[in-house]
Design a binder for this molecule. Structure first.
Ligand code: BES
Ligand code: MN
Ligand code: ZN
Length: 499
């Protein structure tokens, strides 16, 4: 979809549909909608009087203009109650409107920067939200479906602004929105891709392609180097699979200093069968998405490379498959992580924390000043928070607060979980320094406490996205399948830290 910003009069545009908004509870029309209503001989005001248009959030009414306007249709999209509007609601309304129009064969749309001026939403954030909503909302993953889709494609979305002097600002906002949405859709593609395609090697190739396109430095460590570095925890996880593991490292340099300001670390388990502690077969296919943290980090790096903040970022993605075999890791085994700590394996299904232990160890060795890891780490996090928000854990409140704020800006909800010392007790082992499962209760927290053992004093935040990585249904700008969470949070965080 091409997204354009033009200066002009929306009522005069030749297009498949122009979108106008209505707020719930507003009796009078104002602005452009009055002119459109007049051209349509009062059709809109009549529908409002009759109660068909209520302005409820995401209510969409299509009126055919039958030659009375240059646009074939006028679409009235409800924005809900004006004081309750948010940038994220605009994303959702635009997404749902675009999907509906796509289903009706509309291929070009014109709209104002929806929501601008309401509830403190600036013109720029409205334009960014429209762009993100449109691109995220029409996302689909059809790579392995040979039949053509029943719906068409929206080829063009034009944001129309009456004031010409605002164009540069709007273009910048649209560019940012496009970069964020495309990176999110890239992460969605990676997560939706079946595990027989999205192997650790394929993840590495994807990172390589992005590095070449956007000018990132790439370094892929092979199994031999993992041995040399003493990454015993990662090697333990991968040993049951014939897919070679890949340790993907991407560098973005936006500042002159030699310091790595932040390391972004993402879990890259391309399939999690559970290993010898095998999972029940029902729903196991979802575990092709167990590399979502890694995908989000790779995708965020591609966006960062395009937005060019003045900051140095390194991405670290340990990629491996977790499978049972005669050579697989076993419960009772003891592994030694890169930092020298020994780990008793209680369950081979608690593999995420193992590969992250070595990834955190590696990022620490690079002397990164802040660490942010992202992982589909625990079913317990889904039990605690459902699929509405990701869980955040950390050893530094300032960084936790920044991550939560970056998420709020993206419309990606995040809830902080406790890190009381008392939970550490559950991870104590009789035969090693620590064990990889801390029991049934507080499982998301004990997993985070496990990671904390490999971080020590560096400011660190851990995001558990087990519940938010997939959406069961179409909702606002999410479609069924991968959500691309938390790509936009990560990019917002980096942009905020660069200021
Ligand atoms: N990848 C899973 C966590 C997960 C579960 C993500 C469901 C998304 C949806 C992780 O590797 C895992 O298996 N965790 C175990 C840990 C347990 C053995 C301590 C879990 O949550 O059951
Ligand atoms: Mn597992
Ligand atoms: Zn896993």
């Amino acid at each position: 979809m091409e997204i354009k910003v033009i200066a002009g009069d929306i009522t005069k545009i030749e297009t498949g549909a122009i979108i106008a908004n209505h707020f719930e509870g507003m009796e009078h029309l104002d602005g452009d909608i009055t002119i459109i209503d007049k051209a349509l001989d009062g059709a809109i005001s009549q529908l409002i009087t009759q109660g068909e248009i209520k302005g409820k959030l995401s209510e969409v009414t299509i009126i055919h203009s039958l030659g009375k306007l240059s646009a074939a249709r006028v679409v009235i999209a409800g924005l809900g109650k004006q004081p309750e509007l948010s940038q994220d609601k605009v994303r959702g309304v635009v997404a749902e409107t675009c999907r509906l129009l796509r289903g009706k064969g509309v291929d070009s749309i014109a709209t104002a920067a929806q929501g601008a001026g309401a509830a403190g939403i600036s013109l720029e954030s409205a334009a960014q939200a429209v762009t993100e909503g449109a691109l995220l909302g029409v996302y689909s993953f059809r790579r392995h479906i040979t039949k053509e889709a029943e719906y068409g494609e929206i080829k063009e979305l034009t944001i129309v602004e009456p004031d010409e002097t605002k164009l540069p600002l709007l273009e910048q906002a649209c560019y940012k929105g496009r970069v964020l949405a495309e990176a999110t859709n890239l992460a969605r593609d990676m997560v939706n891709e079946p595990a027989n395609y999205m192997t650790p090697s394929h993840m590495a190739e994807t990172a390589n392609r992005l590095a070449e396109t956007h000018g990132l430095e790439l370094n892929i460590l092979e199994q031999e180097q993992m041995h040399e570095l003493g990454m015993g925890a990662l090697l333990g996880v991968t040993q049951g699979s014939r897919q070679p593991p890949k340790f993907i490292v991407l560098h973005y340099r936006g500042s002159d200093s030699n310091e790595i300001d932040i390391a972004l670390i993402g879990k890259g388990i391309t399939f999690d069968s559970g290993g010898i502690s095998i999972k029940p077969s029902e729903g196991m296919g979802e575990m092709k998405g167990d590399m979502a943290g890694g995908a989000a980090v790779i995708a965020a790096m591609s966006a960062i490379a395009q937005l060019k903040p003045k900051i140095n970022i390194t991405a670290v993605i340990p990629a491996a498959e977790n499978l049972p075999s005669d050579n697989a890791l076993k419960p009772g085994d003891v592994l030694t992580a890169m930092n020298g700590k020994t780990i008793e394996i209680i369950s081979t299904d608690a593999e995420g924390r193992l590969i992250l232990a070595d990834a955190l160890g590696y990022a620490k060795k690079l002397d990164a000043k802040h660490l942010v890891d992202v992982a589909t780490l625990t079913g317990a996090c889904i039990v605690a928070l459902g699929n509405v928000c990701s869980g955040v854990f950390g050893n530094n409140q300032e960084l936790v607060d920044k991550v939560i704020a970056a998420g709020a800006e993206a419309g990606e909800l995040i809830w902080q979980m406790p890190m009381y010392e008392e939970y550490k007790e559950q991870n104590k082992s009789d035969v090693a320094d620590i064990k990889n499962v801390g029991g049934r209760y507080g499982g998301a927290i004990t997993a985070a406490q496990f990671l904390a053992e490999f971080v020590s004093d560096t400011p660190w935040v851990h995001l558990d996205i087990a519940g938010t990585n997939l959406s069961e249904k179409e909702r606002a700008y999410l479609v069924k399948g991968a959500t691309g969470v938390p790509v936009r949070t990560l990019v917002n965080l980096v942009l905020a830290l660069a200021i």
